[in-house]
Design a protein around this ligand. Structure first.
Ligand code: HEM
Length: 135
């Protein structure tokens, strides 16, 4: 994040640590809200429970974009595109987990969202769109 006439407001390591912290926060928050959704708990109707994920996810995305700029990574690099596709799947399945009418569909959405975010983590750590062993 280059601000103030070329001086860095926050170093790239701190930015990356913040990104990783937000990544773990989004998963933790999703697991808690997903379980509340499956159990039809009234806790998930609280206002802050509805707002907090949007704040965390917006910050995660913004810090991710700042990292892409700071590290000079091409927006078309394979692993980054794979991460963004994984992110779209995570959001879509997450909506299913929270809003589906039946428990079965909620469970499918919940499981698929966790698989998607697991894929994003694996892509992030290996910087490969195919983060599984090839043998
Ligand atoms: C749910 C969404 C996301 C998760 C769970 C996630 C997770 C992670 C994790 C765990 C790392 C650290 C990898 C390491 O230690 O080497 C990382 C790095 C990074 N992420 Fe994300 N991320 C997400 C979304 C994004 C988005 C949307 C962008 C860009 C628009 C992005 C860009 C980056 C970049 C540039 C790095 C640094 C890679 C490097 O060090 O070379 N991330 N991400």
């Amino acid at each position: 994040m280059r601000l103030l006439r070329g001086r860095k407001l926050i170093g790239v390591d701190a930015l990356k640590n913040l990104h990783i912290l937000l990544a773990y926060m989004t998963v933790l928050g999703f697991v808690i809200r997903g379980l509340w959704s499956l159990l039809d708990s009234p806790l998930r109707q609280r206002k802050w429970v509805k707002i907090a994920p949007h704040v965390i996810d917006t910050m995660l995305l913004a810090v991710g974009v700042a990292l892409v700029i700071d590290l000079g990574i091409s927006p078309f690099s394979g692993w980054l595109s794979a991460k963004l596709l994984g992110l779209i799947a995570y959001i879509g399945f997450g909506v299913l987990a929270m809003r589906a009418q039946s428990s079965r569909l909620k469970l499918i959405g919940f499981t698929a969202a966790l698989v998607s975010v697991g894929y994003i983590f694996a892509v992030a750590f290996t910087r490969s769109p195919w983060p599984l062993p090839t043998t």
